[in-house]
Write a protein that binds this ligand. Sequence first.
Ligand code: GAR
Length: 216
Amino acid sequence: MAKLKTAVLISGRGSNLQALIDYCQSENSRAQISLVISNVKGAAGLEKATEAGIISEVIEHNLFKNRNSFENALTETLDGYGIEFICLAGFMRILTDAFVKRWHNKIINIHPSLLPSFKGLKTHERALQEGVKFTGCTVHFVREEMDTGPIIVQAAVPILSDDDPKSLEHRVLLAEHRCYPLALNLIAENRVTIINEKVSIPNSKAPGVFFSNPIE
Ligand code: GAR
């Protein structure tokens, strides 16, 4: 069966890109990473694509006169490679309604918090400031409003008393690297449906008990 032709859009380090590449290299994967696009020249993630033998393109947003012309270039490139699906992985550009509509239900994002809490930037700093005992990460379909859209996978990460933003980022990233391939594969296997803007995944397993932080 043909694999879902996926592009990953990045702006930086590309650790989630690497997790997606690693997963898609396994035989069981129903998705393949066919293209990586960075809006930042020299982004570290580009090397990860090269090492994996994946085509990459740099489309620098600041060389375009406005968001629309930048996004038209993105879509032209994506269409040129026959891309069917997009994963945003640390892609730090706000997308216009037109782009999001063009890729409706064909574009997902990973965010370093348990949405709808802590949308936007500096999620770990804000979680620590609020004193919440759990944070985590979310993979969701992209909708017009930033950091909204039907949620596909979330992972909870406990916040420890001696955490700082760096230590928390590190543990949340480990969770991200598990969640993103899982979400992409569920979609590629056609197991995800959206009903009333909520994701339903029949026959999926879920943790059966609650857990507290701290524990006894
Ligand atoms: C990840 O933590 C991702 O969740 C976050 O940027 C980081 C990218 O790291 N994305 C956002 O904050 C989007 N709002 P990576 O380049 O190593 O994958």
